[in-house]
Design a protein around this ligand. Sequence first.
Ligand code: WT7
Length: 637
Amino acid sequence: MSYPYQIKSLKQYQEEYKKSVDAPEDFWATIANHFIWHRKWDQVLDWNFYEPTIEWFKGGKLNITENCLDRWVETQPNATAIIWEPNDPTEPHRTFTYKELHHKVCQFANVLKNNGATRGDRICIYMPMVPELTIAILACARIGAIHSVVFGGFSAQSIADRIQDAQCNIVLTADGGFRGNKSIPLKAVIDEALTTCPSVEKVIVLTRTSLPVSMIKGRDVWWEDEINKVEAQGNPMCKAEIMDAEDMLFILYTSGSTGKPKGVVHTCGGYMVWTNYTFVNVFQYQPGQIHFCTADIGWITGHSYIIYGPLSAGATSLMFEGIPTWPDAGRFWEIVDKHAVDILYTAPTAIRSLMSFGTDPIKEKKLHSLKVLGTVGEPINEEAWHWYDEHIGKRNCPIVDTWWQTETGGVLISNLAGITKAKPSFATLPLPGIQPILVDENGKKIEGNGVSGNLCIQFPWPGMLRTTFGDHERCRTTYFSTYENLYFTGDGCLRDNEGDYRITGRVDDVLNVSGHRIGTAEVENAINMHTGVVESAIVGYPHDIKGQGIYAYVIFNGIHIDENQTRLDICQTVSKIIGAIAKPDKIQFVTGLPKTRSGKIMRRILRKIAEGELNNLGDTSTLLDPLVVEEIKSNKL
Ligand code: WT7
């Protein structure tokens, strides 16, 4: 097996890039020809960024699971598709060949059908990082159901919002999940969520932790029982549903600067081509290598680079149930040695966290198998980059700094491992097909090098979002209306003198906490739900490990017991409403917030104070009450 479209040199990168801009349709048709289609497309691309309408491989028919499974069952049935490493290192790991994974997916697809699932249904998946999660996702895709995976750290309320928004009829979950020395009662959280989700008819529950769970007659069934039924029926195969290239593959919710999270929609054909192409090129994957992406499948990184990218390339993908610091801070390195991992793809926050334990946890580890390292989720600071390079890569592994978003489906800007040059803290160059531009506040294109601006993309690529579920107008206003005829990323960006791109972080009211996107408005709404809270404003501040921490300014009218207790109560409220990931790191009680005469909160000032830049607040003369700033400054945490 080889990948004819894998770029092998800098010169070839330049040539391919040029082709992708000069003749995008020919370029992508050539690549798409390397996949299994039931029918080829009539038109490679139809688009406008006004409505927007983005259609790739229009008229094409396929099933992504035939590309991820069946074709490899034919050519390499005994190659390993998935290596699963459990949370507890003393529990045996599990592996699945392509043949075995195909079998399990077909089996579970039949379970879904037995439970009433049909093409186009939305199925919510709230599961721990076990192989059955991957099986469940692929089983949905097999029958043309649309999966909506919700990260295991989200609260019942957040799940309910997502289930209601997508009108899911089936939920897939487990009794619980293991993470470090904790176990998480997933089914109990689902039970709470479902009290407000009348659309859900069936819940299929996997046994993982053996925590006691409530099982409601008529609604809840055990995964294992359902598998037994399918086996008794004696039909192990499940024919793949033939999908249109532009049929929805999945929904994944993500936060923005306003309102509730949006359901980002990806479709079958373009997403498949994009995740595969970027996987093969960015990581320079070679057949037989073991790819370890440490993300949770609850986020886009897991969708694209644990499941769809690697499996569509016939690769071996390692999935890890646990956390980097349990039983100790050497766990990643132990996994690398145990399974001879070739490619390690993780987040800057994980690197910084592991750095803080020093090099002792690495001392006994060989790390000889590593060939390529990657990062994603936030800008990587140079210190972390060099530590990763020196202590993990032993200065022998290219590091790819991959910039992308839930909305982009896969990597847009990154060096290609060992092919194009790496530059610490720079994502460097756009992939073929990606046409980035920088614009100023007025949407004017900023030309030349050595410039900064807001990062936009001016031409569609196969993996981009198509809509936000149930609300296309929201998709338009969020991404396509800030600047005419451009996709706006929400990120600020520098293009240096050599033309390399460095992402500098969000320019909207979105925080990036440990590589997870958190909308300020969402957190404020949650804080404001707490009894006694009159108003709040949150901003990000530099945090050694998380990248950004959450700093909350809260007007409160009636402290309960004492300030610290009230802080804990507010955090508990945020945990209940969103999930523990959105808990503020600092809560400062204030008597007022700096507002303009028109009532707008001046976040710039709050941000400066949270960052500790007390003497450089800029113009405060337009404030309604300048004195409030003095008070906030003097009580800064
Ligand atoms: C935001 C997207 C893409 C999967 C994980 C996050 C930031 C992501 C990088 C990087 C600098 C990065 C951006 C982006 N981001 N990767 N390599 N360098 N910033 O997905 O939750 O959709 O967040 O993460 O700000 O807009 P997400």
